[in-house]
Design a protein around this ligand. Structure first.
Ligand code: NAP
Length: 248
C-alpha cells in the first residue's frame, strides 16, 4: 500500500540533499510533488523527470521562499496546477556559520529570512487553500541545533528554534480546521555536502551518535511520510527528533 496515494505535496528546497530525498520518497509513496529551488535549474529539471518517471505528477518551481510575494504566487500556481495541496514541507534552509564575534548583521538577517521568515510566508500563503479543504499537514524542517543550540551557529539555531515556536502556535490556531503542523529536528544527515568533509572528522561525529551512523535523506523523508500521511492524523504541534538518538 502506498501511504501518500492521491495526495498533493509541496516541498521547498528539493533540488538536492534532504529535500530531494523527501520528494523522491513522497513520489514512491504515490504523492504528486510540486517542489521549489532557489537557483539549481538543471538539477530541478532532472528531478522533475526522475519523479515523473515514477508515475506521478511532478513540477519544479523557481521560487525564493524568503520572499513574501513569491511565496504567495507559488501557492497560487501550485493550487492551479495541482488542484489541492494536502502536504506542505518547509525544508529550504541555509547556514552562514560564524562565532558571534565575527557574525555580520547581513549573515544573521539572511539566515533568519530564508529559514524562518520563509515558514511564515509559506504557511500564510497555503492556509487559505488548506482552510477551504478543511485538512492539511504542514511539516517544518528544524534541526537538533534549534533544540539545543550550537557554538558558531547562533543565527541558524535562532532560526530553527523560532520555527518550533511558530509551528506550535499554528498547530493551536489551525487545529480546529483539521490542519496539523509538526516539526522534524534532524541530527547529522549525510548529503553531497558532508561527503566533502574530512572523513576522520565525520567518523568522529558518527561514533558520538547512539546509532553509530549519520542519517540519510531517506531517514528524514520516511518521518515526513508518516507526518504527511493519515497515519499521523491525531498528531500535531510536535517536534520529532530524527537524529539516531543524538539528543538522548
Ligand atoms: P542543501 O543540500 O543545502 O539544500 C538546500 C535546498 O534549499 C536546495 O534545494 C536549495 O536550492 C534550496 N534553497 C536554498 N535557499 C532557498 C530559498 N531562498 N528559497 C527556496 N529554496 C532555497 O540542504 P540540506 O542539508 O538538504 O538541508 C535541508 C534542510 O534540512 C534545511 O532546512 C537544513 O537546515 C535542515 N537540516 C539539515 C541537516 C543536515 O545535516 N544536512 C541537519 C539538520 C537540519 P538551490 O539548489 O537552488 O540552491
Amino acid at each position: 500500500m502506498k501511504l501518500l496515494e492521491g495526495k498533493n505535496a509541496i516541498i521547498t528546497g528539493a533540488s538536492r540533499g534532504i529535500g530531494k530525498g523527501i520528494a523522491t520518497v513522497f513520489a514512491q509513496q504515490g504523492a504528486n510533488v510540486a517542489f521549489t529551488y532557489s537557483s539549481s535549474v538543471e538539477a530541478a529539471n532532472e528531478l522533475e523527470k526522475e519523479l515523473s518517471a515514477l508515475g506521478i505528477k511532478a513540477k519544479g518551481y523557481k521560487s525564493n521562499a524568503a520572499n513574501f510575494e513569491e511565496a504567495q504566487q507559488l501557492i497560487t500556481d501550485v493550487a492551479k496546477d495541482f488542484d489541492s495541496i494536502d502536504i506542505l514541507v518547509n525544508n529550504a534552509g541555509i547556514t552562514k556559520d560564524n562565532l558571534l564575534m565575527r557574525m555580520s548583521e547581513e549573515d544573521f538577517d539572511k539566515v533568519i529570512d530564508i529559514n524562518l521568515k520563509s515558514i511564515f510566508n509559506m504557511t500564510k500563503a497555503v492556509q487559505r487553500t488548506m482552510l477551504k479543504q478543511r485538512k492539511g499537514s504542514i511539516i517544518n524542517m528544524s534541526s537538533v541545533v534549534g533544540v539545543k543550540g550550537n557554538a558558531g551557529q547562533a543565527n541558524y539555531a535562532a532560526s530553527k528554534a523560532g520555527m518550533i515556536g511558530f509551528s506550535k502556535s499554528i498547530a493551536l490556531e489551525l487545529g480546529s480546521r483539521n490542519i496539523r503542523t509538526n516539526v522534524i529536528a534532524p541530527g547529522f544527515i549525510e548529503t553531497e555536502m558532508t561527503a566533502k568533509l574530512d572523513e576522520k572528522t565525520v567518523d568522529g561525529w558518527r561514533q558520538a551518535i547512539p546509532l553509530k551512523r549519520g542519517g540519510t535523506p531517506e531517514d528524514i523523508a520516511n518521518a515526513c511520510v508518516f507526518l504527511g500521511s493519515d497515519l499521523s492524523n491525531y498528531i500535531t504541534g510536535q517536534v520529532l527528533n530524527v537524529d539516531g538518538g543524538m539528543l538522548t
